[in-house]
Structure formats: C-alpha cells, structure tokens
Design a protein around this ligand. Structure first.
Ligand SMILES: Cc1cc2nc3c(=O)[nH]c(=O)nc-3n(C[C@H](O)[C@H](O)[C@H](O)COP(=O)(O)OP(=O)(O)OC[C@H]3O[C@@H](n4cnc5c(N)ncnc54)[C@H](O)[C@@H]3O)c2cc1C
Length: 367
C-alpha cells in the first residue's frame, strides 16, 4: 500500500529544501515529501554568493561572513573590487538548511530516508524509501549527479583555522590568489577572513583530475609559511569536487533540480544563487499548476562558459591571466552581476574584449 502525495522532492540539500521553503512561503496547496537520508547530520560547509541588502536580511541567520571588497591576486598585481549593490557573503550550509526547515509549512514532510527506486507508471511516480512506498504526481530529483570521464572539475580542500597574529587584510575576501604551484592545472588559494584571526583557507584546482588530499594541505601550508602566518588551532576541514561540465543525473527519466539539473556555473563552480533562483521560479510556477523545471542557467551562458573552459583545458598556462583579465575588465558591480548570471550585453562585451583573441577563436570552432 503506497502513501499518495502530490510532490516528492528527492534530496533535502540546497535545492530540495530551498524549493520546499519557497513552496511553503507561497502557501501552495500540494502535499510535499522531501526525502533526505542525511537529515540532522548536515555537515557544516561554506556556501558563498554575491548578495544584495534584501537577500542579506532574508539570510541573516545563516550568514557567517560578509565582505564589501573582494580581490584576485597574481604575481604582478591585485585587482580589488567592491560594489554599491552587492557584498560577497558566506553562509553556513547547516544554518541555511535549518533556516529553510523552520520555514516549512504543515504541507511539507521530511522523510529521513534514502530513495531506493523511482518507477514511472502511466499516471504517477512510485517511490520506494525505507521500506515504505509513496506515489506522487510529480518528482524533483536533486541527488548528486555524476560526470563523464575527463570532465573539467573544480576540486578543493580547505581548513578553517584560528591564527596567532591578526591578518592585515581582514576586510577583503580573496577569491583567487594565483601565487601558488600551477604545474598540475589552474590552482589558487581562496581566503575568507571571518575576523582578523579566524580564517577559512582553501587550496582550489580547476583541472580534469583530483589530487591526493596532502597535495592541497601542502599548498595551504606553503602559502601560510610564505606569509609567516602561524596556525593557533584547526576548527574544521572542507573537501569538495564540483563538476564544470555536462552532468549525468541519477535517473534521466525524472525531472532534476539543483546541481543535478546543471545549476553549477561551468566557469566558476558557483551554484547557490542559480539554485535559489530556480527554486523560487519553480515554486511560483507550481502555484500556477505548471510543474516544468525552469533552466537554472541560460543556454547563452552555458555556451560562453564552455568556450572559456575549452580554452582553459587547451591552454592551461593562460588560466590565471584569463581570470585576472576578466576581473580587470569589470568594475565591482559588473563583476558581481557577471558571477550571478545577470551580466548585461555591455558587461559581456567588456569581458570578451579583454580575452586573448587567438585561443578563443581557435576553440570557438570546436564547441
Ligand atoms: C564543499 C562544497 C562547497 C561549495 N561552495 C559553494 C559556494 O561557496 N558557492 C556556491 O555558489 N556553490 C558552492 N557549491 C556548489 C553548490 O552550491 C552546492 O554543491 C549545493 O549544495 C548544490 O545543491 P544541491 O541541492 O543540488 O545538492 P546537495 O546540496 O548536495 O543536495 C543533494 C542531497 O541529496 C541527498 N541524497 C543523496 N542520495 C539520496 C537518496 N538516495 N535519496 C534521497 N536523498 C539523497 C544528499 O544527502 C544531499 O543532501 C559548493 C559545493 C560543495 C561540494
């Protein structure tokens, strides 16, 4: 005997719980079950985005740090940017998910079980989870997707630490510091100073193969040593592998949301804002009885990002300069818009004209 529901959301991560909380906010009539095996075991990750004042108000309880300035650095220069509209904001993933959960209406039910199978009948989906069976009119699947071999990946390892002496650049989020080993692919250090002595430091690579964890650890240690920064205590560690290419969903016969629907930006790996926009649009559509998932990222952006990635794969030595040129070409407002997928045609012209022409033209005919 199966339990009849209107909507099943597979996965209560960023996409699943954002969608459920948006549906609650809009007081939709449908009954929703969110299936999440790691419920109440949420690991603390750092999810960052460019946020405006209104968004910061909404996300207040989940914000871990926010910076009005951010920078990209290489051996010859640092490009520091700020924007009148957007701050670079880091959320605690656990607090964000709790915030979503607290907003769930009585129509939303979290089922703390893994979905084992989904079967499509002519009229409904039948979902098996934890020895129970559910039948739903609509299913949205956010289980993590896989990628084809040799896909471009963003992979990283980071540590959250207390340091002995206060940092001088506490006001600035360092998005990319390229003054590190570039021999295995595009590599940078990412630094978020939550206070002058409390810092997240990540060694991040963009390449086709993941490195052993010690490699990133050594890169972080070297970066700290070169700056004579001494660690007082280690607070947490974070590891991630983010696809920057086409993704393969767990089951291609079920509609997907979040990263599984291609919501991670291919040139940067950022996904939070795209996932939120998708959740908000989809909830509005559902309210109007339209259950089709909106594309999280426009086809034009995917095409341009894919071209950018091809150049990075073919000319790895150009990697740091491509990002530095892009940052130099845009002011802070344009930069934030670009990262949020809201670039104007003028912003695009500025980025395109800053890129080296020959590598891009050569790759254009291969995309
Ligand atoms: C470490 C890390 C840091 C990131 N940092 C940023 C950032 O700073 N900014 C940014 O914009 N993006 C960031 N991203 C990218 C992206 O925003 C996140 O990956 C985001 O969590 C994707 O949301 P999602 O809901 O698609 O997937 P997830 O949040 O991964 O949710 C998928 C859920 O499915 C569940 N699940 C798995 N199997 C089953 C099953 N069989 N049945 C039911 N549920 C199942 C999982 O437990 C999980 O909770 C980061 C990614 C990682 C990995």
């Amino acid at each position: 005997m199966s339990t009849a529901i209107d909507i099943a959301i597979i996965g209560g991560g960023n996409a699943g719980l954002s969608l459920a909380s948006e549906l609650s906010r809009l007081s939709v009539a449908e009954t929703v079950c969110i299936f999440e095996p790691a419920y109440k075991m949420k690991k603390e990750l750092h999810w960052s985005l460019w946020s405006d004042e209104k968004q910061r108000q909404i996300l207040k309880q989940a914000i871990k740090g926010s910076w009005s300035q951010w920078q990209l650095v290489d051996y010859s220069r640092s490009v520091v940017r700020d924007s009148p509209s957007y701050d670079y904001t880091c959320l605690s993933s656990a607090k964000y998910l709790s915030l979503c959960e607290r907003q769930l209406s009585e129509k939303m039910h979290i089922i703390p079980k893994a979905v084992e199978s989904v079967r499509k009948t002519p009229t409904r989906y039948v979902i098996e989870a934890g020895e129970r069976s559910f039948s739903a009119n609509n299913v949205y699947d956010s289980r993590p997707p896989s990628v084809r071999p040799n896909s471009l990946l963003q992979h990283f390892f980071g540590v959250e630490v207390n340091i002995r002496k206060p940092m001088s650049t506490q006001q600035i989020a360092t998005l990319m510091d390229f003054r590190v080993d570039q021999s295995r692919g595009l590599h940078f250090i990412y630094v978020l100073p939550f206070s002058s002595t409390h810092v997240l430091i990540e060694s991040t690579m963009i390449s086709q193969s993941v490195e052993p964890q010690n490699w990133y650890r050594n890169a972080i240690e070297r970066w700290l040593n070169e700056r004579e920064i001494m660690v007082e205590s280690y607070l947490s560690e974070e590891v991630g592998v983010i696809p920057m290419d086409d993704v393969i969903p767990c089951d291609k016969n079920i509609p997907t949301i979040g990263a599984a629907s291609g919501a991670l930006r291919r040139s940067s790996g950022y996904g939070f804002s795209y996932i939120n926009q998708q959740a908000s649009k989809l909830a509005q559509q559902i309210k109007q009885h339209d259950y089709n998932v909106p594309n999280p990222i426009s086809k034009r952006i995917i095409l341009m990002d894919s071209l950018f990635n091809r150049v990075m794969i073919e000319y790895p030595e150009l990697g740091p300069s491509l990002f530095m040129r892009m940052a130099e070409a845009l002011n802070g407002e344009q930069f934030a818009r670009f990262m949020l997928g809201k670039a104007t045609p003028y912003d695009w012209v500025r980025v395109i004209s800053a890129m080296p022409k020959v590598p891009f033209l050569k790759q254009l005919f291969h995309v």
